[in-house]
Write a protein that binds this ligand. Structure first.
Ligand SMILES: NC(=O)c1ccc[n+]([C@@H]2O[C@H](COP(=O)([O-])OP(=O)(O)OC[C@H]3O[C@@H](n4cnc5c(N)ncnc54)[C@H](OP(=O)(O)O)[C@@H]3O)[C@@H](O)[C@H]2O)c1
Length: 425
């Protein structure tokens, strides 16, 4: 695709990547990284650039010109079609992944009052129909219409334009670049709900939390949120190269999981394998006590690896504490020794993204510079599949990855910056 089209003409039907149409002009078509059912597989196979129609918007929807987008597992799972294919959820022939974005409001539906064309925004990924009890006095994440934009809807952010509900928009932190603004909302808001969204186990000052994958997208925000709230984060890593990064985020201590051998499903209770496993878990528990103090178990475990770690999570959590889980990256067959769960009255709590109020509270912390976006790497438009391949193979650097869409290079903060820079050469 050439970038020669640097003089946009009002009314044009398709603009090259990096070319900004006149403010508010919506072309008929756009470039997008599209997944199709017959291409399900690794990201470099499943995602292909296609020219597709710019989505039309309903009265409560907004069209956003995407400057940059965030890379999440959602894009990996959507490409693989695992655990389910996005085409089993929506009716579109193609799926545009991408559940994080920063950009500019380009068109608004006629019932949208809070946002105007030209506003600079970040997008959170929760959608719902807004018309049931949970959306009106309950918890929108419990609504039967709840769905994740860019995963359960076909119109995500790996495209020049994306269609979102007005309630998905939040103010963009002006101190961040486009790519920094685009990389954090999904993981930050998810971590926020896990830590503060499950009454009466909301994190309180002085409490201890074990955070798996502390250098990752979710983990790096969990550590910062716990620190900001006056709690003590104990971060888990898998190689020493990540220790300094996690301590730098404000962890009280860091444990390297490679020094222990108690991972995977629970061995049959009372077998020899179980005894060996139990010894290793006690060793792991002792490593936690070295940070929290002798006999002080963690109030909360921040879970997402799933199968590999869940038996240990349910063991090291304190009496009356909570294991809060939002994923099963290593597998979904969760096992545990139930005796320790019922006798010690531990809570196991599922958690999934966040509603607007939680996402906004988290975004406020970003605007106030209490939290760093922890952007690890930025990829150009052409390398969106490569970024996802890195994530699939756990080869990505600590933090959150971003990709450029209409922003032609890194370091730009406004629309004017982008127009002045012109399309990437
Ligand atoms: N439900 C939701 O709303 C929601 C929202 C966001 C993310 N998620 C899911 O949460 C998961 C993590 O997302 P993320 O963005 O934080 O990913 P990430 O940046 O890749 O971080 C995950 C971390 O988990 C650790 N890990 C990987 N395999 C592990 C294993 N077998 N045992 C222990 N730790 C392991 C790794 O750290 P070490 O190797 O250093 O230990 C890795 O850095 C994904 O499955 C994602 O789809 C769910």
């Amino acid at each position: 695709m050439s970038n020669s089209d640097s003089n946009p003409v009002p009314g044009k039907d398709l603009y090259d990547i990096g070319v900004i149409p006149p403010m508010g002009h919506v072309p008929k078509q756009m470039y997008a990284w599209a997944i199709r059912r017959e291409r399900h597989g690794d990201p470099d196979k499943s995602m292909l650039v296609e020219v597709v129609d710019v989505p039309t918007i309903d009265s409560n929807e907004v069209l956003v010109l995407v400057m940059a987008a965030g890379v999440n597992y959602n894009g990996v799972w959507a490409g693989l079609g695992v655990p389910i294919s996005p085409f089993d959820i929506h009716n579109s022939d193609y799926h545009i992944a991408g559940s994080d974005a920063a950009g500019i409001v380009w068109a608004v539906g006629d019932k949208v009052t809070r946002w105007q064309v030209g506003d600079e925004v970040v997008v959170h990924c929760n959608q719902d129909n807004g018309d049931d009890e949970e959306c009106n006095g309950g918890d929108p994440m419990f609504s039967t219409s709840q769905r994740i934009w860019g995963y359960e809807t076909p119109d995500g952010s790996f495209a020049q334009f994306t269609r979102v509900q007005a309630q998905q928009l939040m103010q963009r932190p002006a101190h961040l670049t486009w790519e920094e603004s685009a990389c954090y909302t999904l993981t930050l808001a998810t971590a926020y709900r896990m830590l503060f969204g499950h009454h009466p186990h909301e994190l309180k000052p002085g409490q201890n939390v074990l955070v798996w994958g502390a250098s990752g997208g979710l983990g790096s925000f969990a550590i910062q949120l716990i620190n900001t709230a006056g709690g003590n984060a104990i971060g888990v890593i898998s190689n020493e190269g990540k220790r300094e990064f996690v301590m730098g985020l404000g962890a009280k201590g860091v444990i390297n999981r490679k020094e222990f051998d108690c991972w995977g499903q629970l061995p049959t209770v009372n077998s020899d394998a179980y005894k060996a496993w139990f010894g290793e878990v006690r060793k792991f528990g002792k490593a936690i006590w070295d940070i929290t103090g002798k006999g002080v178990n963690v109030d909360m475990v921040f879970e997402h690896p799933g199968e590999a770690t869940f038996p240990v999570s349910t063991f090291v959590c304190k009496k009356g504490g909570m294991v809060v889980i939002c994923a099963g990256t290593s597998g979904y067959n969760l096992t545990m020794d139930a005796r320790y769960v019922w006798m010690n009255q531990k809570r196991i709590q599922g958690s999934h993204f966040a509603h607007l109020k939680q996402a906004s509270a988290a975004n406020r912390l970003m605007i106030e510079r209490r939290i760093d976006p922890c952007m690890s790497e930025v990829f150009p438009w052409d390398e969106i599949p490569a970024a996802h391949l890195k994530m699939l193979h756990n080869e990505h650097r600590p933090g959150n990855m971003a990709v450029l869409v209409q922003a032609p290079k890194t370091g730009l903060r406004t629309l004017e910056d982008v127009i002045e820079a012109g399309p990437a050469g």
